[in-house]
Design a protein around this ligand. Structure first.
Ligand code: NAD
Length: 354
């Protein structure tokens, strides 16, 4: 088990629980609490081994620290995983046992939905803990804020690559038309972008394409489509050494998590002159929405905060050009400066150099 931990030495807490009655087998990982309690969704997946599950929760919780820092919200990074098949194992008893597990951490970890869990599941978890977020009725689905954040980052990309102040007339290719992709396509259609879309669910894609005037193409072709902006909104790992060679986009701005197959792909994109908006910056709108659901709901404040992601991307681009380093590396550094140099808001520098 400790082999899985060797790449991850900077988590503050990793804890597991097994509950015979409900069948719960879960891990919660807290990566960093310097900015506030650790927040991140709860995923249910049929992991092949305990090591796989551990690796996933460690990687995802670390990612949440960078996302909360770049989004400038008072949280750290955490994540929970339940080992199981969501279609077979997800019972109310299991979710309630997960609620007890979350509650046992006394508010150090705030949970929400993720792969394999829905907002309705989070409501069941919340029967047993007050540290669950995302189901405030007036907030709607947080995916709307995610799509809006992607849109604002696209505006920044359009300014940087095409000198354009809007997306009207720019060609945007969207891969994946789910919670985020569909909402993004509707925003872009309203803004007058020329849209090309693809989804493995062809019937769903046809309906959206007809409604929005988008051109539907195959999932194989979407990454190679010549366009101003490519928006990966389906799955991770789509930007790899192989696919990057074939890209014909000027910029990549999408909602999917973990778009880079390898960390080096950041530099590969820069070498090809393709502007990359780091995924956790582009898709941070959802976590901003959750923050306001937990503090004081204010739709206008959420919109302003989500729009600031575009400004942050502008700062990333500026610093990237100034330092001659790829955008992903610069965003990591900005996030790190925000979370590592704070100790529960005291401003104490806890790590001297990057
Ligand atoms: P979703 O499951 O609702 O949508 C994904 C869509 O992609 C589905 O329509 C699916 O059919 C399609 N798809 C799957 N494989 C595909 C392929 N190879 N080519 C084209 N389409 C494909 O998921 P979502 O909530 O929209 O999230 C999408 C991505 O954004 C995920 O990586 C998720 O982790 C990330 N994300 C989502 C949010 C959010 O608010 N929902 C927030 C942050 C990050």
């Amino acid at each position: 088990m400790f082999d899985a931990l060797s790449d991850f030495s900077d988590h503050v807490l990793v804890t597991a629980r097994q509950d015979a009655g409900s069948g719960l087998k879960a891990i919660i990982a807290l990566h960093n609490e310097n900015r506030g309690p650790a927040i991140g969704g709860c995923r249910i997946l049929p992991y092949r081994s305990m090591d796989d599950a551990l690796r996933d929760v460690l990687r995802l919780s670390r990612g949440m620290t960078y996302k909360t820092a770049i989004a400038d919200i008072p949280y750290g990074g955490g994540k929970a995983i339940i080992i199981g098949d969501p279609r077979r194992d997800k019972t109310e008893a299991l979710l309630e046992a997960m609620g007890d597990f979350v509650e046992s951490l006394g508010g150090r970890y705030i949970t929400s939905f993720d792969s394999g869990t829905t907002l309705a599941d989070v409501e069941v978890i919340a029967r047993r803990t007050s540290h669950a977020a995302g189901f405030l009725p007036e907030a709607g689905n947080a995916s709307g804020s995610t799509a809006l954040g992607v849109y604002h980052c696209m505006l920044t990309a359009a300014r940087a690559t095409c000198g354009s102040e809007s997306l009207a007339g720019l060609k945007v290719a969207v891969q994946g038309l789910g919670n985020v992709g569909e909402r993004l396509v509707r925003i872009l259609a309203r803004e007058g972008a020329e849209l090309v879309v693809a989804d493995t669910d062809v019937e769903k894609a046809k309906v959206l394409a007809t409604e929005t005037g988008a051109r539907l193409i195959s999932c194989d072709a979407i990454l190679r489509e010549p366009c101003d902006i490519l928006a990966p909104c389906a799955l991770g790992g789509v930007l790899s050494a192989g696919s990057i060679l074939e890209l014909r986009a000027k910029a990549i701005v999408g909602g999917a998590n973990n778009q880079l197959a390898q960390p080096e792909d950041d530099a590969r994109l820069a070498e090809r002159g393709i502007l990359y908006c780091p995924d956790y910056l582009a898709n941070a709108g959802g976590i901003i929405n959750l923050h306001y659901q937990r503090s004081k709901w204010d739709a206008a404040a959420v919109e302003r905060h989500v729009a600031s992601l575009g400004e942050t991307f502008g700062q990333v681009i500026e610093r990237s050009e100034h330092e001659g380093r790829p955008t992903g590396e610069i965003a990591d550094r900005i996030a790190w400066e925000r979370f590592a140099c704070m100790q529960n808001g005291s401003g104490r520098d806890v790590r001297p150099d990057l």
